[in-house]
Ligand binder design. Structure first.
Ligand SMILES: CC(C)(COP(=O)(O)OP(=O)(O)OC[C@H]1O[C@@H](n2cnc3c(N)ncnc32)[C@H](O)[C@@H]1OP(=O)(O)O)[C@@H](O)C(=O)NCCC(=O)NCCS
Length: 177
């Protein structure tokens, strides 16, 4: 599908960009360099401009293939990247997806994650017809647990398999209402 923009009121959600008018790569590199981000997001590294460009291209290809809807959470006046939110493992036949969220360290603690994820969920349930969206985090990620709760996910408990770090993975789910 074509990338969709969403206005949450406080922020706007747009496709990640690396072009002459808007270049998210430097803030992506900063976000991924943050120790808390590195501790809790295990599968991807964005360490330099080339890796950041590949990351932006990957997200664009995922939109086109209906695999993942991903948005830069953008500051309304400057357009600067505050974080990223997504509906990943998208399955439009099964009507399911998983949540993805991170926020730049300078933008944390002021509702960016919960506002952006709530907007992404409204789009998933409303426009995409999703019926269930999952949310997972490492057990020690208390901020992430608070985001799941604030976004009205229901706690399912620990998954049977541990994360590569040896930590429990906590699973939540939200159904369309
Ligand atoms: C988890 C994360 C996305 C939260 O982003 P945020 O924009 O700061 O979250 P919000 O401001 O929307 O806060 C949502 C809730 O989390 C709580 N919270 C925020 N930081 C917290 C912390 N360090 N410890 C405990 N609770 C915290 C807030 O108080 C709020 O709770 P409330 O609903 O009871 O008021 C952010 O900390 C982050 O990017 N962490 C690194 C990446 C990550 O862990 N991503 C999730 C992977 S599963």
């Amino acid at each position: 599908m074509e990338p969709v923009e969403i206005n949450t009121g406080e922020f706007y959600l747009r496709q990640l960009r690396a072009d002459q008018l808007m270049d998210d790569r430097p803030l992506l590199i900063e976000g991924f360099a943050d120790p808390t981000h590195r501790r809790f997001i295990l599968n991807l590294r964005v360490r330099n401009l080339d890796e950041a460009a590949e990351y932006v291209e990957l997200r664009s290809a995922e939109w086109a293939a209906d695999r993942r809807c991903s948005w830069a959470i953008a500051e309304p006046t400057t357009g600067d990247l505050l974080g990223e939110v997504g509906l990943k493992n998208l399955d439009l036949d099964a009507h399911t997806a998983e949540s993805a969220i991170w926020v730049h360290p300078r933008a944390r603690g002021r509702g960016v994650a919960s506002t952006a994820l709530s907007a992404a969920l409204r789009f998933g349930f409303g426009a995409l017809g999703l019926e269930a969206v999952g949310y997972e985090h490492l057990e020690s990620n208390l901020a992430s647990a608070a985001v799941a709760k604030r976004c009205e996910f229901t706690l399912l408990g620990a998954k049977p398999d541990l994360a590569p770090t040896g930590e429990k993975v906590i699973r939540w789910s939200r159904a369309s209402s």
